[in-house]
Write a protein that binds this ligand. Structure first.
Ligand code: ATP
Length: 305
């Protein structure tokens, strides 16, 4: 790789807790979430160029737009505008996070592109400034910059670090068919209307339950397994009933508990330790499932040297 290129690695995420509140007038929902960055990474390589371009590699590359709909492209252009930089960049994305999988792969690409272009162009923006730009690109982008474990409120973009000890071992079961995040939120609204659920006051702030934070602090997988919660899960399962069976299959194979990751359809199975995770992964693979073993928390977007 030529020395004038910059290689950045950014993680995908699991929401170990995702509380979804009332819908705001602008269509967004109030969130209280706990993110954990996991060892499934996106690699973004930025090379000097006069114009802006993107190439994507990976099994699902065909599903990724190469124009201004690509979050990494939007990130590069936003940084260029903010820094008054008049050149371009050739971005190469090596995708490992499932596309439309509820693991924030596009957000990781955007976070990586911000860090890579900042270094390539010598912009020298502070973390705070990069975080502000990240929040304008999407609610999950600041977390991919940040990494580790964090509580997200507002739209998920107002971050506070969460203390976490040790490591948590997960098996991810991926699906070829993605789920669109807006469609899952619409389904949640529909289900809540149908149930006649009392609408939350959108202005009311949501809180993350204390046991989730305690489980992270103590590094106790059994306690975390008991506190996993995703308010989008019912909607995702309504659209994809097979996800419930995937969770049951994971628990039968030895996982402590499973959850739909974000808006799905990736299922995240929490395991007691890495040996158990390996065995769960192997059992699911023998059953013909696409299963990956990962761990968290891991750092956010970083330049590789
Ligand atoms: P979310 O952060 O909403 O949970 P997700 O992980 O479910 O997102 P992504 O893979 O990040 O899903 O992207 C969802 C859609 O966004 C894709 O179907 C694709 O059309 C578009 N997209 C834009 N930029 C990218 C990118 N760099 N990688 C993948 N998809 C992208």
């Amino acid at each position: 790789m030529p020395s004038d290129s910059v290689h950045v690695r950014a993680p995908g995420k699991i929401n170990v807790y995702l509380g979804v509140g009332g819908r705001h007038d602008d269509g967004y929902h109030a969130l209280a979430t706990v993110f954990q960055a996991v060892s499934l990474f996106e690699d973004v390589i930025a090379r000097p160029a006069d114009d802006f371009s993107i190439t994507v590699h990976g099994a699902e590359a065909d599903a990724v737009p190469l124009d201004d709909r690509n979050l990494a492209m939007r990130a590069a252009k936003l940084l260029a505008a903010a820094a008054d930089y008049h050149g371009g960049v050739a971005l190469e994305i090596r995708k490992h996070v499932p596309v439309a999988g509820g693991m924030g792969g596009g957000s990781a690409d955007a976070a990586a592109a911000l860090v890579a272009c900042d270094a390539l162009w010598g912009t020298g923006f502070s973390q705070t400034r990069l975080h502000e730009l990240a929040a304008r690109l999407g609610a999950d982008v600041p977390f991919s910059l940040h990494g580790g474990s964090a509580v997200g409120t507002g739209r998920g973009d107002q971050l506070n670090p969460a203390l976490a000890r040790g490591r948590f071992d997960w098996v991810l079961v991926t699906s070829h068919e993605g789920l669109s995040t807006p469609v899952v939120y619409e389904e949640l609204d529909r289900l809540r209307d149908a149930e006649g659920a009392l609408a939350d006051d959108p202005a009311e702030s949501l809180d993350v339950p204390i046991p989730v934070l305690q489980a992270l602090r103590s590094g106790d997988a059994v306690q975390l397994a008991a506190s996993l919660q995703n308010d989008l899960q019912a909607a995702a399962v309504h659209l994809r009933p097979d996800l419930e069976e995937t969770i049951r299959q994971g628990v039968r194979a030895g996982a402590l508990h499973g959850i739909v990751s974000g808006s799905g359809p990736t299922v995240a199975l929490l395991c007691a330790d890495s040996d158990t995770a390996r065995s769960v992964r192997n059992t699911l693979q023998e059953d013909g499932r696409e299963a990956l073993q990962v761990y968290g928390p891991v750092p956010g977007a970083r330049i590789l040297v």
